[in-house]
Structures are given as C-alpha cells and as structure tokens.
Design a binder for this molecule. Structure first.
Ligand code: PMP
Length: 360
C-alpha cells in the first residue's frame, strides 16, 4: 500500500497511527467480541471513550471547570443556526466579524434570528486582510462577538484575539482548533466540526461557558437547546460514536506528540516552508493574503495562469500529493496542512513547487 500526501481541506488527514489503531480494534474492541461501533452508547466501554475524549480536550486546551464540552451532530453549520437560536431574539443583538465565506454563512443565519452589528467587514479587501485584533470593539449590549478563527477557503487566520470586556467571543474554530494554545477565558463558546484537526466528520465539538446555559430558552426543540446536551453529558440521544471514538484516539496522539505547543511549533514550521517558496518565487507563485493574516492551516496561492494551475494540480497528483486544488469559489491552489500532516509531506510539496517553477 502506498499512502499519499493528503492536502484536502476536510475531511482531511488523520494521524496514521490512529488509522492503524482503528483497524486493529474495529472487529473486536478490547476483547468484548464486538466492535465499539456496534455496542450501546450506554455501555461501560463506550462511556469510557466518551468521557476520556472530553477529559483529553480539557487537558490539552487547558479548559477550566466552568466550561462544558458537548459532542453534537449537524456539523459546524448547525452551530451557525443553533447559536442565534439559543442566544438571540429579535430584540437581542450580537457582533460579527466578516472575514470570508464561513463567517458570511454564520452571519446569514444569525441575521434571521436577531440583530447583528458588523464590527469588521473584510469584503472590500476581498477578505484578504484582517485588522489588528486589538482594534476590534464589542458593543456592550451584544450577547457575543462572533469570529471565525481561520477561514478555510480564503486562507486567512486571526493571529490573536481582541479584548471584548464582558462580551464573550463565540468562535468557529473548525479549521484551526488544537493547532495553538487558546486564552479560553476570552471565549463564551467555541465550536468546531471534527473533520480537520480532530478526526473524522460526524461530531462537532462545542465548548461552552456554563453560566451561558441559563440564557438558552426552553421554547426550543430539545436537540436544538444546548441545555439538553449539557444536562445529559451529550448522551441525550445517540451520539456519533465512531467519530467520538476516533476523536479520542486523535487527542491521545496529540498528547503523545507534546500537546498544543508542539502542534503550534509544527504548524509554524510547515506553514513557513510553503510561504517561503511562494515569497522567493519572484512572483511566479503569489499568495493573495496579507502577510500578517496568513493562515498556518490552509495555504492558498495562485500561479501565472489557470492553465498552469490545472497542470500543477495534475502533476502533483501523479506524484502522490492530493487535494491541492483551491476551493471552487476562489480558484487557485490550496494546501491544507493540518496537525497530522508530516513535515515530509510539506517538504515534498515545497520541492515540487520549486521544480515545477523551473520547468514551467
Ligand atoms: N466553518 C469552517 C471554518 C469550515 O471550514 C467549515 C467546513 N469546511 C464549516 C464551518 C462547515 O462545517 P461543516 O461542514 O462541519 O458543517
């Protein structure tokens, strides 16, 4: 079997030792004679995995005890709607930073439910530049300020966080959670679909400050109310058991690698290798994103023509590097280099980029 280098944006690369362990345990989980995904979500074996995944998240991200972790379905997309349903009304407002396609989607849903003040709109800069976080001001009457920590399509990432006083930050961290330490106390709610840095698709991690649960209205249908999941330790209904099991293995892998600080060091290293090739290419490759706002997870760049971009992606594929085509809405190329991407994969891509430039 030849494993390829996986640069897909998501579902994305999973650490190879995790895949091996899943394979090993798939037919007989720890001698129970069944796969874990065939057992009840009320079984001792499953509950252990479920709770261990929560404990590891708390440990790795240094999440204080007044926050609760929830495992939900519906992807990050469901959080776009669930957050305003739980925290906004026609009279209540929130603040939004518009930084690209994902923030826009969250904003559109929030506007359907409550009032939304836009505190930053990057549209006139084609979402290629972020302001210094310190310049963001939250409206004191807002229930929260929403930020998308990393725009997976645009390749833009907030390097730090604003001081928003009493207004908590609610952040979509789908594509960069677990890639750097976080000042958790600044956040009221963090959400992330698992399928980039955390494991397979299917589970969405929500980290919520417990006092905020008191604001969620009883009028909501059960599944849509955060309280339902908080009260039942995310076991109100059948959770996505396979995804949570794999999440736990990925978190163990992160811990074995040295935790989030090690993930950050690797992310810095991988990203700078690719940005260096781009910046030293005399304009052959160009990254449209402002240097201070460049993502460490999704590196985007253009070539001199769309024909060359197609040729680049095709040739890379032949060499075993998959998923380098940019998102269809923006074109160009994109390398998604999440936690599980080995430095060798990025080295292979950097070498290929230099070689391609010479020959084309
Ligand atoms: N937010 C961001 C930043 C994303 O990258 C994605 C998915 N690529 C989403 C939200 C939507 O996530 P899901 O597909 O899990 O609903």
């Amino acid at each position: 079997m030849t494993r390829k280098f996986n640069f897909y944006a998501g579902p994305a690369i999973i650490p190879f030792p995790v895949l091996e362990q899943i394979e090993k345990e798939m037919k007989d989980y720890k001698g129970i004679g069944l796969s874990l995904i065939e057992t009840s979500h009320r079984s001792k074996e499953y509950e252990e995995v479920h709770n261990a995944a929560m404990t590891l998240l708390k440990e790795l991200l240094k999440i204080p005890n007044h926050y609760q972790i929830l495992f939900l379905g519906g992807g990050a997309t469901m959080q776009f709607g669930m957050i305003p349903l739980n925290f906004l009304t026609k009279e209540k407002s929130c603040d939004f930073t518009l930084t690209g396609s994902w923030a826009e989607k969250a904003y559109k849903d929030a506007k359907k439910i409550g009032k939304v003040n836009v505190v930053f709109d990057g549209k006139s800069d084609k979402y290629m530049k972020l302001p210094a976080a310190a310049t963001l001001k939250a409206n004191p009457d807002s229930v929260y300020l929403h930020m998308t920590s990393n725009e997976t399509i645009g390749g833009i990432e907030w390097p730090d966080w604003p001081d928003t006083g009493k207004v908590p930050i609610f952040a979509d961290m789908s594509s960069d959670i677990m890639s750097r330490p976080l000042p958790i106390e600044k956040f009221g709610l963090i959400y992330a679909g698992a399928q980039k840095n955390l494991g397979p698709a299917g589970v969405t991690v929500v980290i919520i400050r417990q006092d905020l649960l008191a604001l969620c209205p009883d009028t909501l249908p059960a599944y849509l109310n955060y309280n339902t999941h908080a009260k039942d330790n995310s076991l109100y209904n059948t959770p996505p058991v396979f995804s949570i099991y794999a999440l736990k293995l990925v978190l163990e892998w992160v811990k074995n690698q040295g935790g989030v600080n090690a993930m950050k060091a690797l992310a810095d290293k991988r990203a700078s290798m690719l940005y260096q090739v781009i910046d030293e290419s005399n304009g052959y490759y160009s990254c449209p994103v402002d240097k201070a706002s460049r993502s460490k997870m999704n590196i985007v760049w253009r070539l001199p023509s769309e024909e060359k971009e197609t040729k680049f992606v095709d040739e890379a594929k032949k060499l075993g590097m998959l998923g380098l085509k940019g998102h269809k809405s923006v074109g160009g190329c994109r390398a998604s280099i999440y936690n599980a991407m080995p430095v060798e994969g990025v080295m292979a891509l950097a070498d290929f980029m230099k070689d391609f430039q010479k020959k084309n």
